[in-house]
Write a protein that binds this ligand. Sequence first.
Ligand code: ATP
Length: 474
Amino acid sequence: MNVFHKTSSGDTFLPRTQSFLNIGLDDTDTPGGGCTTHLGALLATYLMKNEKCRLLDYPNLVRLNPGIPWKTRGNASVVLRIDRSCNLSVEELVELISSFIDSYQGNCKHRNSSPGIVIYNGYPWINDLRGFYFRALNDVVLLDDARKIMDKHGIVYNNGRGVIGALAGIAGLAPGDPYTFELLAYRDPKYWGEKRYIDYQSVFKYDMLTGELTFSSIDPERRKQIITPHGPDPVYFGVRGIEPGKLLLALETIKGNEPIHGWCIYRTNQATSIHEKTTTTPRYHRTSKYKCTVSGNPQKIPGGHIILEAECHNTIVNLAFYRETYPLNKIATMLQPGDQITVTGPVKQRSTSVYPTITVEVLYVEELATKPVEVAPRCPKCGARMKSKGIDKGYACPKCGYYDRTATKIHVVIPRDIVPGRYTPTPMHIAHLVSPNWLHPLMLKKFPLFPVNGFCGHSINSPVNNPPVSNGSH
Ligand code: ATP
């Protein structure tokens, strides 16, 4: 039975009348290991194999406000959308998933981890939930707010703080929202914590082979691959793109020194800039888009970072352009008081400043100040710059000797070295949610959602050294 329909944007998607379960998960990882995406992939595989559940969409990887101080890494939640053909009740599912998380965390349990499980039986893109999603993308939301909404809509949940991300995730990636895909390849637990090795040439080849359909695999300027994380988590590498088929190619093309233990393709709000929708007043931990007028001169601080004072909605703020966000830090040095800019990024507190600091992720140069400067006039005979003969004594030309007693200073507008436009950091340091300039917005919805085939490699459960399954079935 085809349960999908086409939306006005051309996406094929779940209709309002289709009854399905949305399982949201968050906060299952610890600084010592694990990752909610890894758990999500294992759980999806388990539910399909053992409980005969059918996934109606790729597993979703939903990024939320990057300004949340208690996040472990990239503030991501995971959502599985399954049909009702499995025989488990919602309560049984919560129990099953709780023990799944318990055994996943094993000895790695950490006091900072507070797993959240949220299960909603119904169409999730309703106003209350969408509103919650957008607040969680931009702002800090309270556990109590999440609980109120869940109680109102009969949503089943557990006790963890992770229910905030889990609930927001459920309402993410609605029909019509932009999306991209990420294939995550996982490591055998015996390699967790060890240095990752990936052959740059193979990633370069992959990037060439897939062209515009994948992005941010290499940093061409530094000639580095940028698909591997650095922490102790189970992710070996991640490739991002807009067409799942091209992501699968990574499993054959990219070479490393350890076997891929499993993989999963996530549909995600990464690289869509969906959090840039609103322009608001700066508030601590809020990540949004802010219109500012530059009010100070750029200050270089140790480490090569640039701090710039600006006025934003009648609030003085510091804009931090970190060295890693090149070329933003370079452009920041060319800004001057009066320039109109818009920035996106989380608002943080710095011990060295009384003002809130926005960590700039995206810079829009809107309008450059055209403050004229006074200079000596040019010689009307030979064009050289004239020299003053003293107060009220006019100007003389040092080249041809022409003298004009009545000449005075003139006003000129010095051309600026920057041009208005949107600027993002290099692929290596671009923030998860930010859409890179090299990814055309139209590309974000080009591929219809439909066949959820081959989204997950079953080698996740297979013995060590099993070759990756390049086209998982379920
Ligand atoms: P990983 O990327 O490995 O999944 P993470 O960076 O997502 O880790 P978590 O350990 O999941 O970090 O912690 C994030 C916590 O913040 C979760 O408990 C989540 O419910 C909560 N959270 C997410 N967004 C918000 C928000 N906007 N306001 C308040 N809490 C939030």
